[in-house]
Ligand binder design. Structure first.
Ligand code: PLP
Length: 394
């Protein structure tokens, strides 16, 4: 074994040692005091992370479970929803909406580009029946960051509920739910939260909660009214994911110890680092303008496929990265994950593995000092911090 394995995929992500140990601890009972205390601490950490005064509910499921909970809990069959569809996960919203018997109105966005909030506002203006807007904050299949704050400012003027899939955004990019006016924010455990897959988290604004309560239970398993009732008692409706909850308590402690502002700053700097490295190599960034902070997608030149490059990076350099998702993009892009427990040294290994594999497969490297340029971009971004436009005006 020459190299360590480095997991640079946009989920699952590597686990800090203390999280692994927390997950490995012996079982406690999910209806007793020790678990209630754990839920209490988790609840406080999640409220801070989501930026909300409302409860954040844990669900035993991968992130998609929270998407199902949102669709089935907030909308009744026959209702119309506007879906921002600019990638694989946008499509998932449409599929879930159809499965619930909703009438999705698709706002198609070119893959690699972000939604124009004005277009969403226009769609809401033109069709007063639209009861919700479904969007990803970070569209992990393309590496795009949708402008959720701007979108929220427009949607909150209408009766429609704004539902945000923050699965690769929460704890990666600021997304303060209450301050921005998001009606439903959800995430999963295996991205920025540095946990194994299997836990989903969801929170509702007061107006979303009123709608949910008026509709009643919309799903036999993801039963939001029942989950709210259980949460008030420090429990979950069914048996809790006890070990993942223990891991979550630890990952929230780690985030708090570092400070969320510092975490976001690191994520911003890693995105700058990846982008500078890829640009220096002479390659094209698939999300040119509005990009995620937890992953970077690279468009491969014609004739180069993702699969052999990924195989070489893993076999020869120990770096595991991802290709595209959803048909046409599968072989055309490489997605380098850099969220959660990933630092500049891991990302440097990732860029190196990418460049060497690319070269071995016949690709031409634009320059030799791409790592220096990448590290320089990282240092500058850390020093200068996140541009004010991304931050909340205090
Ligand atoms: C990973 C991801 C999902 C899917 O989550 P699962 O845990 O696989 O169900 C959905 N949306 C986004 C934006 C994601 O990054």
């Amino acid at each position: 074994m020459l190299n360590k394995q480095r997991l640079l995929t946009p989920g699952p992500t590597p686990l800090p040692e203390s999280v692994r140990l927390a997950v490995a601890a012996d079982m406690i009972h999910h209806r007793k005091a020790a678990f209630r205390a754990m839920m209490e601490e988790i609840g406080q950490g999640l409220a801070e992370l989501f930026g909300t005064a409302e409860p954040v509910l844990p669900l035993s499921a991968s992130g998609t479970g929270a998407m199902v909970a949102a669709v089935n809990g907030l909308f009744a069959p026959g209702e119309k929803v506007l879906v921002v569809e600019g990638g694989h996960f946008g499509r998932r919203w449409t599929e879930l909406a159809l499965a619930r018997g909703l009438r999705p109105v698709v706002l198609a966005v070119e893959w690699g580009r972000a939604v124009d909030p004005a277009q969403a506002a226009q769609a809401l203006d033109e069709d007063r029946e639209i009861a919700g807007v479904l969007v990803q904050h970070s569209e992990t299949s393309t590496g795009v960051l949708h402008p959720v704050r701007e979108l929220a400012a427009l949607v909150r003027k209408s009766p429609a509920l704004l539902v945000v899939d923050g699965i690769s955004a929460v704890s990666v990019t600021p997304c303060p739910m209450d301050a921005w006016g998001i009606d439903c924010l959800l995430t999963g455990s295996q991205k920025g939260l540095m946990l194994p897959p299997g836990l989903a988290l969801i929170a509702l604004s007061p107006r979303a909660r009123r709608k949910m309560e008026a509709l009643g239970s919309g799903d036999a398993y993801f039963d939001l009214p029942a989950e709210f009732a259980a949460n008030a008692k420090g429990q979950t409706h069914f048996t809790s994911s006890v070990s993942l909850s223990a891991g979550l308590r630890e990952s929230l402690r780690l985030l708090r110890a570092v400070g969320l502002d510092t975490v976001y700053r690191k994520q911003w700097a890693l995105a700058q680092m990846a982008r500078a490295g890829i640009r220096a190599l002479g390659l094209t960034l698939f999300a040119p303008e509005h990009y995620a902070w937890g992953l970077t997608s690279v468009l491969l030149p014609p004739g180069m496929e993702a699969a052999p490059l990924l195989a070489a990076a893993e076999k020869q350099h120990g770096v595991v990265m991802a290709g595209g998702q959803g048909g046409a993009l599968k072989e055309r892009i490489v997605r380098i994950g850099h969220m959660g427990y990933v630092d500049y040294a891991d990302l440097a290994a990732g860029l190196y593995a990418f460049a060497r594999s690319y070269q071995e497969l016949g690709g031409f490297l634009g320059c030799r000092n791409y790592l220096e340029q990448a590290l320089e971009a990282y240092r500058t971004a850390l020093d200068e911090g996140i541009p004010a436009a991304y931050l909340l005006k205090k």
